[in-house]
Design a protein around this ligand. Structure first.
Ligand code: ADP
Length: 401
């Protein structure tokens, strides 16, 4: 009963899951955080086969990611699962930016590590942090293959017309300025799961996948291939998000630098961390925004209006790009849990063949489900995403190939 370890590493924390390689059951999950601070924290949860959870929590100084993996191994030794009965046969790593180089999961060699590091210029916040996790995990699990699974890889099928920005071509090429798209692991998992749910071959259907979490992106999937997506060179482009602006006239940045005297770093901080729902309403969490709007808060109501307006625009855009749409699929925190946003995003689109069934939309469930009426020509689905499982599957697929 082998297992795969899935690692998602940030600069001062990492999350992990141990997944049974045969049953695909999650055996354990955990979080090591506040690495490098005076007091770090490690949470480890073991999940029994009947779903019962046992959780341990420790506070201790954790100097770096290498120390973090030692803490994780301690927790596994204390609480399980036993790595004797569930030996780790491969480690899958989430890597945010794979550039134009990585279009599939890739076994991590020295050269691959150099390439991931080199792509840090495009993702300065993410790739170095992902790499720290890789280096530390390779020390903790030296004898097994480590595989990089890139957020951008699924979107490497975008045609040039979709990934090219209309700016000076030479300058763009020199600095690798183009659209890459993100959330690819989720879009891939969800589009495959949606096809399976519908009993269709993923290659035969066209879908619009709406990944609405703290970060949010839309993806047009034609026959299983991403042909358009809303995030661009970075995850800032596209939909309104918890704290990111999404699409904005680029001249606004120039205006703010000239008139409000904001520095480059201040503009970066404004658009990535203080915009979106947070910028509009003072609340970055969708639940809070919905609650405040129900309580009559006008800023929250406008934030929802802007969020939904942008989302509907993308749905319309992707109908035009795909020509024929078989399914619209909602996923991630907001997409899986908010009937209000789902209903408002697709309201009045009967002429597109979309009819939402109010009762199905309101029903709460953890499972993939249909929320459109039986006579809706386009199936509208809610499909829970599972990026860790997708990383584990892709990791196993390359190591077995
Ligand atoms: P991340 O992008 O960090 O993985 P998630 O996919 O977990 O985030 O999504 C988090 C978002 O989902 C938050 O904005 C949260 O408010 C929202 N969310 C979770 N449950 C609900 C709900 N019942 N109604 C509305 N929004 C929800």
């Amino acid at each position: 009963m082998a297992s795969v370890l899935v690692v998602n590493s940030g600069s001062s924390s990492f999350k992990y899951q141990l997944i049974d390689s045969e049953s695909e059951r999650m055996l354990a999950t955990g979080l090591v955080e506040r690495i490098g601070e005076a007091q770090g924290r490690a949470v480890h949860t073991v999940v029994a086969s009947d779903g019962a959870e046992e959780k341990s929590e420790r506070e201790l100084p954790i100097a770096d990611h290498t120390a973090g993996f030692a803490v994780m191994l301690d927790a596994i030794a204390d609480l399980g699962p036993s790595l004797e009965t569930h030996p780790v046969i491969a480690v899958g790593h989430r890597v945010v930016q794979g550039g134009a180089r990585f279009f599939e999961p890739t076994v991590i060699t020295d050269l691959v590590r150099i390439n991931i590091d080199e792509l840090s210029s495009l993702a300065p916040l993410h790739n170095p942090a992902n790499l720290e996790g890789i280096v530390a995990a390779q020390k903790a699990f030296p004898g097994v293959p480590h595989v990089a699974v890139f957020d951008t890889a699924f979107h490497q099928t975008l045609p040039p017309a979709a990934y090219t920005y209309a700016i000076d071509a030479e300058l763009a090429a020199k600095h690798r300025v183009r659209r890459y798209g993100f959330h690819g692991t989720s879009h891939r998992f969800v589009s495959h799961a949606a096809a399976e749910f519908l009993g269709r071959d993923v290659g035969d259907i066209n879908q619009i996948v709406l990944h609405l979490g703290n970060g949010a992106s839309a993806c047009a999937v034609a026959g299983g291939r991403s042909v358009e997506t809303s995030m661009g060179m970075t995850p800032l482009e596209g939909l309104v998000m918890g704290t990111r602006s999404g699409d904005i006239d680029p001249a606004v940045l120039l205006h703010l630098q000239r008139r409000a005297k904001l520095s480059i770093d201040e503009v970066d901080d404004l658009l990535n961390k203080r915009s979106g729902l947070l910028g509009l309403s003072g609340r970055g969490d969708m639940r809070d925004v919905v609650d405040a709007s129900l309580d009559g808060d006008a800023d929250a109501a406008l934030a929802l209006d802007v969020y939904v307006h942008r989302l509907r625009g993308y749905v319309g855009n992707y109908f035009a790009q795909l020509g024929r749409v078989d399914a619209v699929v909602f996923t991630a925190g907001v997409g899986e849990n908010s009937p209000v946003i789902r209903a408002r995003a697709l309201e009045g689109l009967e002429s597109f063949g979309i009819r939402i069934d109010a009762e199905r939309n309101e029903a709460r469930s953890r499972a993939a489900r249909v929320i459109s009426t039986d006579d809706s020509t386009v199936a509208v689905l809610v499909v829970p995403t599972n990026e860790e499982l997708e990383i584990a599957r892709q990791t196993l697929a390359v190591t077995r190939a």
